[in-house]
Design a binder for this molecule. Structure first.
Ligand SMILES: [Ca+2]
Ligand SMILES: [Ca+2]
Ligand SMILES: [Ca+2]
Ligand SMILES: [Zn+2]
Length: 572
């Protein structure tokens, strides 16, 4: 045994030497072979573009990451600007696909992120999908995917809101707005004046530290009216209520802007969707709850309406996505028709589905905080929002009390005249001067303390959500790319055809027959929803018949066909 072992050791050593030499010669080949193992957020060190998925990046930094990815994977990616924001920031769109395969043979899908500026986890998640696909483009899985799909990633629809949210979390865009009607927009934005880096809500308090009124929110009162933070950056517009679909028809004018698609960011998104009529599905990522939602936002599904098959299809896909994301993140997620979460008008998903028949899904990627029942449960009822929290410990509300004298110093250092400071009195709800008997209490919420941080476990979140997005891709094959597998069998006076139930936007199947292999085909059934058919008419014993079957997709009046799959059989 011993000798044998030594022999083995020797030959093993020889192999090692050969391998080392080979590795030196074929260094580059070995390196590229190594990238074939999947790179995830958790082992991102292997990636060409280094990203810390637990870091909160600025919009400029996200732009840099996209440019770096585009440089590193130029053959698979294209980085474009599809528009500009009010503040002049570019709206990026990254196209990811294997360009050697013709466009007509691929399914077009889109990932949108961050229509609501403060929901930055959604931007990280969209960025991750671009990063993941490119960094893993050497794996068989992603290679195949990029041959079959064109993936568009628009990671941030609202860059201005994204940036403002480093100061104060807001979902709005930055259309210039003059909240205090002094003729100058945004001339009392929030500003940290006590030097802790965050924006507090300020209360006037008496000697017993009981709140006597509100002193507004931290600012340097640039508009000099004595009221703190009364012209902050923010438009009062929720861009996800401004799409040109049933705009304004809810009868409540609140956050939907002046007219349909009034905002440049949304015009860019609408133009992008219009320019990609073959897109079959999209995901639009949000933060705030943990779920997958599908159309409609404005009304319930109804069994008598002709979109019911489609609604059922999206319901099933949303369920599979929610399940996949829950497993991937090890947190609970749910799914619902968007209306049942809460009714809304003129959302991106209603626009995309209502106008173009695209299957759109809202994915809400994160709900901060924790509740007693938020532990991951693999058997969690996917239709219930119960326990769908990320189970993170968020910072406690921070309260700092300043005596009148201390507060005067802080105000003066910020250029504010303490004698002019206005307090909205708690009892009268009217403005009045700040009293010498009052101190100030700075209260900083958990959200305000999180403006520059990513939540704990964001790296796990982005990876799990990516799996849900891949599930959406897989389910949503464009019908023109689908070729079925058809089998035929003959028995006395009968030919039976069966075919597979393929995933994708299929609403029916067309079946034709001919005596010739390449001509003369006539319909056996123009449109059946079944996956088998029995032909008894016009069969002559001993004659060979040719059949062909293709899938049909009819979404919102638009009919598309898949490829013919042929089979021949001799009648009995
Ligand atoms: Ca103003
Ligand atoms: Ca502060
Ligand atoms: Ca002011
Ligand atoms: Zn949102």
């Amino acid at each position: 045994m011993k000798e044998r072992k030594d022999e083995m050791k020797k030959s093993f050593r020889k192999i090692l030497v050969i391998c080392t030499v080979l590795a030196m010669i074929l260094g580059t080949t070995f390196a590229s072979a190594a990238t074939k193992t999947e790179v995830t957020s958790l082992d991102g060190a292997k990636a060409k573009v280094q990203v810390d998925w637990n870091h909160r990046y600025t919009y400029d930094e996200l732009g840099k990451q996209l440019k770096d990815l585009n440089k590193a994977y130029g053959k698979l990616s294209k980085l474009e600007t599809i528009g500009k924001t009010h503040e002049g920031r570019p709206l990026y769109c990254m196209t990811i696909t294997d360009q050697s395969v013709a466009k007509s043979k691929k399914t077009e899908v889109t990932v949108f992120g961050n229509i609501h500026g403060g929901e930055r986890e959604s931007a990280s998640s969209a960025m991750y999908s671009a990063w993941y696909l490119l960094e893993n483009s050497g794996t068989t899985k992603v290679k195949t995917l990029l041959k079959n799909y064109i993936v568009y990633v628009i990671p941030v629809i609202n860059p201005d809101g994204y940036e403002q949210s480093f100061l104060w979390n807001t979902r709005q865009n930055m259309k210039p707005t003059d909240h205090d009607n002094d003729g100058v927009p945004f001339n009392d934005n929030y500003k940290d004046i006590d030097g802790d880096g965050y924006i507090a809500d300020i209360s006037a308090v008496d000697a017993a530290k009981t709140v006597t009124g509100s002193a507004g929110r931290e600012s340097d009162d640039a508009n000099k009216d004595g009221i703190l933070g009364n012209d902050p950056k923010g438009s009062n517009i929720d861009m996800n209520r401004t799409f040109d679909y049933l705009w304004g028809e809810d009868g409540v004018m609140d956050s939907e802007g002046e007219s349909p698609a009034s905002e440049p960011e949304i015009q860019a998104v609408q133009n992008f969707i219009k320019a990609h009529p073959n897109m079959t599905c999209l995901a639009t990522l949000h933060t705030g709850i943990q779920c997958v939602l599908y159309p409609w936002g404005y009304r319930k599904a109804h069994k008598d309406l002709d979109d019911m098959d489609d609604i059922k299809y999206m319901d099933q896909t949303a369920k599979e996505m929610a399940k996949t994301i829950a497993e991937g993140t090890q947190r609970n997620f749910y799914y619902k028709q968007s209306y049942h979460d809460y009714p809304t008008y003129s959302e991106l998903i209603d626009y995309a589905y209502g106008k173009f028949g695209i299957h759109p899904y809202t994915i809400e990627v994160y709900s901060g905080g924790s509740s007693e029942d938020s532990a991951y449960d693999p058997n969690h009822d996917l239709s219930s929002d119960k326990g769908c929290k990320w189970n993170n410990k968020l910072p406690d509300v921070k309260e700092v009390y300043y005596t009148h004298e201390e507060a005067v110093k802080i105000l003066e250092a910020a250029g504010i005249d303490p004698a002019k400071l206005q307090i909205k009195d708690k009892a009268t709800n009217e403005y009045r001067p700040w009293k010498a008997s009052e101190g100030l209490l700075f209260k900083t919420s958990a959200t305000a303390q999180m403006v520059d941080k990513a939540p704990e476990g964001q790296d796990v979140m982005v990876n799990g959500v990516m799996k849900g997005i891949l599930k959406m891709f897989e389910n949503e094959k464009a019908v023109n790319t689908i070729k079925l597998t058809v089998k035929a069998s003959a028995s006395k006076d009968k030919v039976k055809l069966t075919w597979n139930k393929s995933k994708g936007q299929i609403t029916g199947y067309q079946v034709q027959k001919s005596k010739y292999s390449a001509k003369g085909f006539l319909n056996v059934n123009k449109n059946t929803t079944k996956t088998s058919i029995t032909n008894t008419k016009n069969l002559k014993k001993g004659t060979t018949y040719y059949y062909r079957v293709r899938p049909i997709s009819k979404v919102n009046g638009k009919t598309t066909y898949g490829q013919w799959a042929k089979v021949s059989v001799k009648a009995k």
